[in-house]
Design a binder for this molecule. Structure first.
Ligand code: SF4
Ligand code: SF4
Length: 461
């Protein structure tokens, strides 16, 4: 029936995966739903409230028509962003690095660097699609190890972009090589820069060492301060941070660190991700596994409390909660003729990660077993169609009876295990998604019952 019961300390609600609405309901309707079937009267009430359709709703799981239209869209417009894996070399050796060689499915560090020809051909291929805006990202390893090559690629892209279009650049760096020259280059390019910093010294240095095993926090922080004093306007506008949360629980320390360094963090909302504790090649985990499940509820409570008081939440709470609340608060409450399970996943190829050897992948975090093309040949649309077909087969009909169908986030990289997409990963993902969404929806209801407009400050983006 696509309904989730939500109970707060003062209210009872039903969230409908069909209409995407949250409706406050009587204890009677709530109990009946929670215990199973509705009688005719309650069913009529649920229909009137827009919670369930009068006639059963058709839920489709990535059917051939949708696959064909997704691929047609790719053929017309190409990727939204091309990320160039400029080099596999890195001057750091972070213990949790996806490219440390410790994870079963990923590459290790190497000195491999993309050739100028491959990089420029990738840019030319991208410019072959008619777009108003092209987005080019530089990724590694550590891309700033190849600053002259970045200059060449950027200059080529700016001079060769199709008339009337814009090129936006982005770069992800560990922050060690942000000297004046590199900073000036990023400013000239007006690039969005993401610097990885995991929190205060003790948290950051726990896992982020350089290739000689030395701690890196002091150097990165120093570089950030110099960068900001050299280019304050640019820094405040376009420098942001990536934070990896790793055990043991560092959440309170990160929150204090961001507050104490308001000159750097200001009102930025960094990208926060929990480390992927996959088993290593030998089955062991590269990180300690105790305290590896992070409890974000205190951060969520702090976020909701601030919203209820009409105050801007602290930066770390915003980093953890704001994007999820935005998605819930601005969800479209339309009733489609049929529900498609395409809402939460991207089409392979919408983002294009080009590795140092010129192979195209659906993102920088997928293992190498799911290529989507090559710089020499462009996209392999048949292969992309095959991925979508296997994806659809794996999902089967499970989403058609799931209340999370309109909010769930899933994609092929999340399900990739070795050469295939795994049913076990999907089961685990579904369990995580539903638990996570139920938690967030209940916090959302709690906030709004205290103050109805408490999330209105969060824009659509
Ligand atoms: S800086 Fe990034 S690429 Fe380099 S070792 Fe650390 S996580 Fe890996
Ligand atoms: S949680 Fe699982 S079953 Fe539910 S919509 Fe997401 S992928 Fe489908």
């Amino acid at each position: 029936m696509l309904l989730l019961p939500i109970e707060t300390s003062t209210g009872r609600y039903l969230y409908s995966g069909w209409s995407n609405r949250i409706v406050e309901v009587s204890p009677d309707l709530f109990e009946r739903y929670a215990s199973g079937e509705l009688d005719d009267r309650q069913r009529a009430a649920a229909i009137r409230a827009g919670l369930i359709p009068e006639t059963p709703c058709d839920v489709v799981v990535f059917d051939p028509e949708l696959v064909a239209s997704a691929i047609e869209g790719l053929k017309q417009s190409g990727p939204e962003m091309v990320v160039l894996g400029v080099t596999e070399a890195c001057n750091f050796r972070c213990d949790y690095c996806y490219y440390s060689g410790a994870y079963a499915d990923s590459r290790g560090h190497s000195a491999k660097t993309i050739s100028t020809e491959t990089a420029l051909t990738a840019v030319e291929w991208y410019f072959g699609f008619p777009r108003k805006v092209y987005r080019i990202g530089f990724y590694g390893g550590e891309p700033l190890l190849q600053l002259p090559l970045l200059r060449t690629i950027a200059a080529h892209a700016v001079s060769r972009r199709p008339e009337g279009s814009r090129v936006l650049f982005a770069l992800t760096t560990n922050g060690a090589l942000l000297d004046d020259e590199a900073c000036d280059f990023l400013v000239e390019l007006d690039a969005e820069t993401f610097v990885s910093i995991d929190g205060p010294q003790g948290v950051h240095d726990r896992y982020r060492h350089d290739s000689h095993g030395n701690p890196t926090f002091a150097m990165v922080l120093n570089n950030l301060r110099r960068f900001r004093s050299r280019h304050p306007g640019y820094f405040d506008r376009l420098v942001n941070f990536s934070m990896t949360i790793a055990p043991p629980n560092p959440l309170p320390e990160i929150a204090s660190f961001m507050k104490e360094n308001a000159d750097l963090f200001g009102v930025k909302v960094p990208k926060v991700s929990a480390v992927r504790l996959l088993a290593g090649q030998d089955g062991s985990s590269p990180l300690p596994t105790d305290n590896a499940t992070f409890d974000f509820s205190a951060v969520w409570d702090a976020f909701i409390d601030s919203c209820e008081r009409g105050e801007l939440p602290e930066p770390f709470a915003r980093a953890v909660c704001e994007a999820s609340i935005r998605k819930i608060h601005h969800r479209p409450m339309t009733v489609p003729a049929r529900l498609a399970t395409t809402g939460g996943q991207c089409t392979p190829g919408k983002r294009c990660y080009v590795d140092a050897g010129g192979v195209m992948h659906m993102c920088e975090r997928v293992n190498a077993s799911f290529p989507v093309g090559s710089v020499a040949e462009g996209y392999d649309y048949d292969r992309i169609g095959d991925y979508l077909a296997s994806y659809s087969e794996l999902l089967g009909s499970r989403c058609s009876t799931c209340w999370a169908v309109r909010l769930c986030r899933k994609c092929i990289p999340m399900l990739a295990e070795g050469q295939r997409m795994s049913a076990a990963s999907l089961d685990a993902l579904c369990e995580r998604q539903k638990k996570d969404l139920a938690f967030k929806l209940s916090r959302y209801c709690r906030g709004r019952e205290q103050r109805n407009d408490c999330f209105d400050w969060i824009g659509k983006e």
